[in-house]
Design a protein around this ligand. Sequence first.
Ligand code: TPP
Ligand code: MG
Length: 360
Amino acid sequence: MAFAIHPVLHYPLQQLLNTEGQLNAETPTFLHSPELWLNAYRHMWLTRLFDQRAVALQRTGQLGTYASCLGQEAISSAIGFSLHAEDVFIPYYRDQAAQLLRGMTMTSILQFWGGDEWGSHNTSKHDLPACIPIATQVTHAAGVATAFKLRHQAQAALTTCGDGASSRGDFYEALNLAGVWHLPLVVVINNNQWAISVPLSQQTATETLAQKAIAAGVLAVRVDGNDFFAMMTVLDEALQRAREGKGATLIEAVTYRLCDHTTADDMSRYADSKSRNAAQQVEPLLRFRQLLATELQWSDKQQQSMESELLATISTAVDTYLALPPANPADMFDYLYAELPEDLAQQKAEFLRRRGLSCT
Ligand SMILES: Cc1ncc(C[n+]2csc(CCOP(=O)(O)OP(=O)(O)O)c2C)c(N)n1
Ligand SMILES: [Mg+2]
């Protein structure tokens, strides 16, 4: 007798705003709001212009390193617009758009990327700092969601990670826990097709990343990550499910990294320009602008004045960042342990002695 070997389950790509800027008639009513459209569009542009400025600061020696979110603004903006104040956001390093919406200032984001951890201190009190180690934040998020569940709090934990992160043990372990404990957790994968220079085809043999939820018994959805409206729709549902105690959701948001991995990378050495050019045609701001032009008669003049206004706000934040006092290098010893282990205490004393500073 032959046993059936099942084919891969299919997760269709959900989309509401197509690449021509036409909005599907099935778009939920809460998204039929010109005010929200203009807010969201403006925020995505703020993120893009801020991002450009951050790269320029790094290139001129004024920022340590920086991970651009170019082309991925719709995912993180939709997250910021969907979360409730009392939810907990556990971001990774391409979540500038959501961090700004959660109340983090541009100056603090620059301070963080400038190498001063105090930048994270100004994260919204409900949220965690951006996580740099790959996928570890998914376990932290499962922990936060467990706390909500144990305390019977109707709140959601939402975390983000990359396509590469979805290959790591932490990702699977956290998702498994979310399934078996029915946790109020939403995991959003920013599938930007690359993990530094590793393309998705060499990352995983699964047809989709959404299907990684099947083994954990978690519901999943695959969505066009360049479509703010589709992102808002799935996030709204997933967060509501979490808050109502209906369990976790995995969201695979499909997009493309239209930038180097970080300022320490050079994408032109490994990515073919064809796929990048194709991705450029379907990026999130282009189609949003088309929608606004058709439905709200958004003009070039309005666009220009919005951009100048945003650039002025960004420049003020940059000036504040550049005027910050330098980070205290001894801080790196002080915030990992409640009490510094003896060997590190010795290193700290030695470090301060060599710099001619006294030990605190
Ligand atoms: C635990 C760990 N291993 C390795 C790295 C080095 N590293 C930084 S980013 C990255 C690739 C991540 O790719 P992906 O998860 O797709 O996220 P993306 O950067 O594309 O948004 C790696 C391997 C790290 N930061 N943490
Ligand atoms: Mg990636």
